[in-house]
Each structure stands twice: as C-alpha cells, then as structure tokens.
Design a protein around this ligand. Structure first.
Ligand code: NAP
Length: 91
C-alpha cells in the first residue's frame, strides 16, 4: 500500500503558511534549497508519494530538483514535530 500526500504544499491558495514556516526556512537555508524542496524531500524520505501541482515552469524545475540533498535524522524529527494533528476541511 502506498501513502500519497494530498496537497503536499498546502494546496492552491493555502501554501503561504507552510512556505513561510521558520523551522522549514532555517533548514532550507542550511541546504541552499527552497522550503518547497525541503517539504517534498521530507515526503520522499518518508516514502510518501508526492505530486506537487504547479503551472509555473520554474516551480516545476525546482520541485523535481530534490535528489541532490538529504535531510538528516534530526531535521526529519524537527519537521515531524511541526505536526498539529489538524484535519483540514476545505473538501
Ligand atoms: N488523488 C486525489 O484525490 C488528490 C487529492 C488532492 C490533490 N490531488 C492532486 O495533487 C496535486 C497537487 O495538489 P494542489 O495543486 O491542490 O496542491 P499543492 O501541490 O499543495 O499546491 C499547489 C500550489 O503550490 C504552488 N507551488 C508549487 N510549487 C511551488 C514552489 N516550488 N514554490 C512555491 N509555490 C509552489 C502552486 O503555484 P504555481 O502554479 O504558481 O507553481 C500552487 O498554487 C494536484 O495534481 C491535485 O490534483 C489529488
């Protein structure tokens, strides 16, 4: 069974909060990557299927360029600790 991320970047119109998170921003700066790339890499390292939506060619290139860095176990835990047990209800 494969687990899939729905709205991996927060969904259209809802990505601002995720992409400006201070912990993710700090980790992204350390790796010289964007916050979107850190989020997608975090999913990938947890073996979650991730298909970000984008109509921007620059974002598409950015989103596929996540195979040249790795998050450390400590960084993975810091990101996991951001969990707020929220259920999103715009569906
Ligand atoms: N299987 C299902 O039932 C199911 C359920 C939910 C979603 N999905 C699918 O999952 C995919 C993604 O969902 P989604 O598009 O709603 O949500 P999403 O991937 O979380 O967010 C897409 C939004 O993020 C922006 N974005 C993408 N890459 C970015 C980057 N590198 N930096 C900054 N912003 C970035 C996009 O803007 P730009 O266009 O400007 O890049 C768009 O506004 C879609 O194909 C959707 O259909 C499937």
């Amino acid at each position: 069974m494969a687990v899939e991320a729905w709205h991996p970047l927060g969904g259209r119109g809802h990505q601002k909060e995720l992409l400006s998170d201070p912990v993710l921003t700090e980790i992204a700066q350390k790796h010289g990557k964007s916050v979107a790339q850190v989020i997608l890499r975090w999913d990938l390292q947890r073996v979650v299927v991730v298909i970000p939506g984008s109509s921007n060619p620059e974002h598409m290139k950015e989103n596929i360029s996540i195979f040249d860095f790795a998050l450390s176990p400590e960084e993975m835990k810091r990101i996991e600790a951001l969990n707020r047990n929220e259920k999103h209800d715009w569906y």
